[in-house]
Unconditional design. Structure first.
Length: 479
């Protein structure tokens, strides 16, 4: 049986060497198809149509803010007045005239300036929404990429063990045929069964890999924002299916490093919900609610302007023809002012103001609700990360080594005719399961860190300057 162990050791070495050579050849052949996590995030953020659409919406609101600050167009009227119906003669009567008039209305109070300021403030939320979208994309793409990595590496682990199980099955068949040792027919059947089960696990992991790659591929389509008139060519993008095989690309074989933001703030000894809430106040989604509050505050100011009269100015010029005797008639000029009187305000202006105040107060609750949700989500992810770290330590310090030692010990006992083949198989399966579980824990820990980091996304310097500009516009409108 020492010969069997020697064969197994030789097989392991040759298999490992062949696997390395095969891996290097695949890597060189598909070097352009390997995508790292950083590359995937960058591609997703650069080619997201939503971000471009958000920029267009911002431009639309900015243009509307300029238009809203302009006076309404003047109205021009042209009319024939007092024409005699018995002769339709323009010069018969002295009252007959050709009248040209112009009138201009002026909105109530400072409503134009307030509306312009309100739209400028509203436009400042769009950069914040883009920052929040980028943070979401980073988290989402990170999770999809890590799902693909987990499936890809699990396939690698299963394939390496499948080769070992095939060798063990071959050795068991040879031992059973030659009646050497204690190998039984059920050992041969058990070895074949484990190979079939490994094939099933391998197929399941390939399914997960294909699914993860397909979902990740959605965010990697190249997007040309300057050519919107042409239909999007999906066939020019990386396909989910190549010629006869999957994998338009593969992810890196090295687990990336995702560092936790603000680790000192999240330490248990220094943790404070108030400090966390202060940090979350800089999140783009929270700042967007601040912008929304300012917009609704402007609605209150607009409602107050309804108590002021709306003024109008009109002027007209009336041309009259000469008298039948040839004497000239004087032309007529008129000018006037019109305004309304908001006297009955109880059921109109008062209610509109009350409604605007209620809407503004309602928006203030949104920030508190969002902050509570974010704090709860951060704490949930922190507890999960803490337990995952504990499990990582257990696997690294104990389980991986113990399952490996158990597999080696059971193989040694079996080769010395002092163990059972089933124990060898169970030990090898336990070792494989431990390695896969350890990999899953490492990946889940990184996904948890990525989700936590989303909550610490901050608005860029450019967005902060836009917010300050909008705040200055609000102050000008208040004056």
């Amino acid at each position: 049986m020492n010969i069997i162990r020697t064969k197994l050791s030789t097989f392991n070495l040759s298999t490992l060497t062949a696997g390395l050579v095969f891996g290097l050849s695949v890597f060189s052949a598909n070097a352009q198809k390997v995508i790292s996590l950083e590359q995937a995030i960058s591609l997703a953020q650069q080619n997201d149509p939503w971000l471009h659409g958000n920029q267009l919406k911002q431009k639309a609101v900015e243009h509307r803010s300029v238009a809203s600050g302009a006076l309404p167009d003047p109205q021009v009227s042209i009319s024939m007045m007092n024409v005699p119906t018995n002769s339709w003669n323009f010069e018969q009567e002295g009252m007959t005239q050709l009248k040209v008039g112009v009138s201009q209305m002026f909105p109530r109070g400072d409503s134009l300036a307030i509306k312009e300021s309100q739209l400028k403030i509203e436009a400042s939320k769009f950069p914040l929404l883009r920052e929040e979208r980028k943070a979401k994309l980073k988290t989402m793409v990170s999770e999809l990429w890590l799902d693909a990595y987990l499936a890809q590496q699990t396939i690698s682990l299963i394939e390496s063990d499948r080769a070992l199980f095939e060798q063990m099955a071959e050795v068991a068949r040879a031992s059973y045929s030659s009646a050497v040792g204690k190998t039984r027919q059920q050992d041969v059947i058990r070895a074949q069964l484990e190979i079939v089960q490994l094939e099933d696990r391998l197929t399941g992991q390939k399914q997960k890999l294909e699914s993860a790659i397909a979902r990740l591929n959605e965010w990697l389509h190249l997007y040309d924002s300057s050519n919107l008139a042409q239909p999007f060519n999906f066939d020019s993008q990386p396909s989910a299916y190549g010629e006869g095989e999957y994998n338009p690309f593969e992810v890196s074989k090295t687990l990336p490093v995702i560092r936790l933001k603000n680790p000192s703030l999240l330490k248990a000894a220094q943790y404070s919900r108030n400090k966390l809430a202060q940090e979350l106040a800089d999140h783009p989604s929270v700042l967007a609610i601040d912008v929304k509050k300012k917009v609704f505050e402007k609605n209150i100011e607009l409602a107050k302007q309804q108590y002021k009269p709306q003024w109008g100015v009109n002027a007209s010029y009336g041309y009259r023809d000469d008298m039948p005797s040839g004497d000239s008639r004087a032309d007529l000029f008129s000018v006037g002012v019109s305004f309304d009187l908001p006297l009955f305000t109880e059921n109109r202006q008062d209610k509109q103001l009350a409604a605007s105040i209620a809407e503004s107060e309602a928006v203030k609750t949104e920030e508190l609700l969002l902050t509570k949700q974010m704090i709860s989500a951060v704490e949930k992810e922190l507890r999960q990360l803490y337990r995952l770290s504990e499990r990582q330590a257990i696997y690294q310090d104990q389980l991986l080594k113990q399952t490996h030692d158990q597999a080696e010990a059971s193989l040694t006992a079996y080769t010395n005719d002092d163990g059972d083949f089933s124990e060898v198989v169970r030990a090898r399966i336990a070792e494989l399961n431990a390695r896969i579980s350890s990999l899953q824990i490492d990946v889940e820990a990184l996904k948890t860190v990525a989700r936590i980091n989303y909550f610490f996304a901050e608005a860029s310097v450019n967005n902060a300057s836009e917010l300050n500009h909008a705040h200055n516009a609000q102050q000008v409108g208040d004056k």
